[in-house]
Design a protein. Structure first.
Ligand SMILES: NC(=O)c1ccc[n+]([C@@H]2O[C@H](COP(=O)([O-])OP(=O)(O)OC[C@H]3O[C@@H](n4cnc5c(N)ncnc54)[C@H](O)[C@@H]3O)[C@@H](O)[C@H]2O)c1
Ligand SMILES: [Zn+2]
Length: 349
C-alpha cells in the first residue's frame, strides 16, 4: 500500500513510518512541524518522501494524496496546553485539519483511514458503586481537589467507587478542549465514512511512551515530564496522591497497531467506522510509573506534590480486547522492560 502519514515527523508518527516501511508499504509524510511539538531545529522529513505543510492547506493535501491508497492521520496538537487561550489552535489543527484532510480524501477517492484516537474521549474511565452498579461520576470539583479528595464518588450515594476497564462502547465524555477535539475527529471520520463509502478506524491510544517522546512542554505527556526532571537531577513531581491509574503503552506497540489497522481496513466494510482501545492491558498508577522510571534512570525517587490539573481525570484504563480479537494485535513491550529502556532512550527537543 502507499500510505500518507500525517504528523509523520512527530513522536508516534515517526514510529508508524518505520513500522509501515518495515512491512513493505510505501510511505509519504505530511507534517507542519509545529513549534509546540518541535522546539529544536525541526527534523525536516526526507525531501523525497515528506511535505512540510499543514493539514489545513487544501492544495498541499491534494498534492500529498496523489497516488495514495490509505491515510494514517496522526497530525494533531496534543496535551492539555497552557490555558484556554489555546482552544482555537487545538480546534484548528485537530478538527478543521481533519475536515480538510477528509474533504481532500473524498475528492481524491481515497477511502481508507486510520485515525490516531485517544482514551481522553471517555473522560473518567469506568466505575462501579457497590450499591448502584456502573455509574458515571462528573468532573471533580476544585474544592475536593484542593482538599486532597481526589477519588470521584458515586453520583447517587457519595460512596467510594472501584475503577474498572473502559470498553469502546462506553459513552464519550470529553473533559477538556483537547479531548473534545479528539472526539470531534472521530465524529468527522464516521460522517466521512458514511458519506463517501469510506472505511475508518480510530485507535484510541492510552498513554504512549518510548524513544523520541518530546521533552516536557505544556503539550507533553507525563512520562516525558518525569524523564526531563530526572535528566535535570530532580525528583519527578507526581501530582495528586500518585495513585491515579493509567495504561502506559509502548510506542512500538502503538505503531504496530497502526500497521495492522491499515492492513485490516483495506478489506473492511464500506461506510464503517470502528474504534479500538489501544492499551497495554497492564494498568499502573502514575506514582508507580515515576518510581520505576527513577529506579531505571538511577535518579532521585519521586515526590508526591498534591498538585492537580483541572482537566485531568482520576483513572482511565482500557479494555483492549477488541483490538486483540479482531485485529490479532498483541502488545510486546511489558511495563518494567519498557520503562527500563525509556529511562535511557533519547527524547526529542
Ligand atoms: N502521545 C500520546 O500519549 C497520545 C495519546 C493518545 C493519542 N495521541 C494522538 O497521537 C497523535 C500523535 O501524537 P504524538 O504524541 O506523536 O504528538 P507529536 O506532537 O509528537 O506529533 C504530532 C505531529 O503532528 C504535527 N501536526 C500537528 N498539527 C498539524 C497540522 N495542523 N498539520 C500538519 N501537521 C501537524 C506536529 O508537527 C507533530 O509532528 C495525535 O493525534 C495525538 O492526539 C497521542
Ligand atoms: Zn452509589
Amino acid at each position: 500500500m502507499r500510505v500518507l502519514v500525517t504528523g509523520g515527523a512527530g513522536f508516534i508518527g515517526s514510529h508508524v513510518v518505520e513500522a509501515l516501511t518495515a512491512r513493505g508499504h510505501e510511505v509519504a509524510v505530511l507534517d507542519a512541524l509545529l513549534p509546540s511539538a518541535h522546539a529544536d531545529p525541526p527534523p525536516v522529513p526526507d525531501g523525497r518522501l515528506g511535505t512540510v505543510a499543514d493539514v489545513r492547506d487544501r492544495d498541499a493535501v491534494r498534492e500529498a494524496l496523489r497516488g495514495v491508497d490509505a491515510v494514517c492521520h496522526q497530525a494533531a496538537m496534543v496535551g492539555l496546553g497552557k490555558d484556554f487561550a489555546d482552544a482555537p489552535a487545538y480546534v484548528g489543527c485537530n478538527d478543521l485539519g481533519t475536515a480538510v484532510l477528509l474533504a481532500g480524501m473524498a475528492e481524491a477517492g481515497v477511502r481508507e483511514l486510520v485515525l490516531a484516537g485517544s482514551m481522553v474521549v471517555y473522560g473518567e474511565g469506568r466505575y462501579a458503586c457497590a450499591r448502584h452498579g456502573v455509574v458515571r461520576p462528573g468532573p471533580r470539583a476544585a474544592a475536593d481537589l484542593d482538599a486532597g479528595r481526589f477519588e470521584p464518588r458515586c453520583p447517587d450515594c457519595g460512596d467510594e467507587l472501584s475503577p474498572g476497564l473502559v470498553g469502546e462502547d462506553a459513552p464519550a465524555d470529553p473533559r477538556n478542549v483537547y479531548a473534545s477535539t479528539k472526539l470531534a475527529q472521530e465524529h468527522l471520520a464516521a460522517a466521512w465514512a458514511r458519506a463517501c463509502d469510506g472505511r475508518a478506524v480510530s485507535l484510541r491510544y492510552h498513554n504512549v511512551y518510548g524513544p523520541g517522546m518530546p521533552r516536557d512542554t505544556p503539550y507533553a505527556g507525563v512520562a516525558s515530564f518525569f524523564r526531563s526532571s530526572l535528566e535535570r537531577g530532580e525528583p519527578p513531581q507526581v501530582f495528586e496522591d500518585g495513585r491515579q491509574r493509567r495504561d502506559f503503552v509502548h510506542v512500538r506497540d502503538v505503531a504496530a497497531a497502526n500497521a495492522m489497522a491499515l492492513e485490516a481496513v483495506h478489506g473492511g466494510n464500506a461506510g464503517a467506522f470502528t474504534a479500538y482501545n489501544t492499551g497495554s492491558g497492564e494498568p499502573h498508577t502514575v506514582g508507580e510509573m515515576a518510581q520505576e522510571l527513577a529506579r531505571a534512570f538511577g535518579g532521585p525517587g519521586p515526590e508526591v506534590t498534591g498538585e492537580y490539573r483541572l482537566g485531568d481525570v482520576r483513572h482511565v484504563t482500557a479494555d483492549s480486547g477488541r483490538l486483540r480479537t479482531e485485529l490479532g494485535w498483541r502488545p510486546e513491550v511489558g511495563f518494567a522492560e519498557g520503562m527500563a529502556s525509556f529511562a535511557k532512550a533519547p527524547l526529542r527537543g
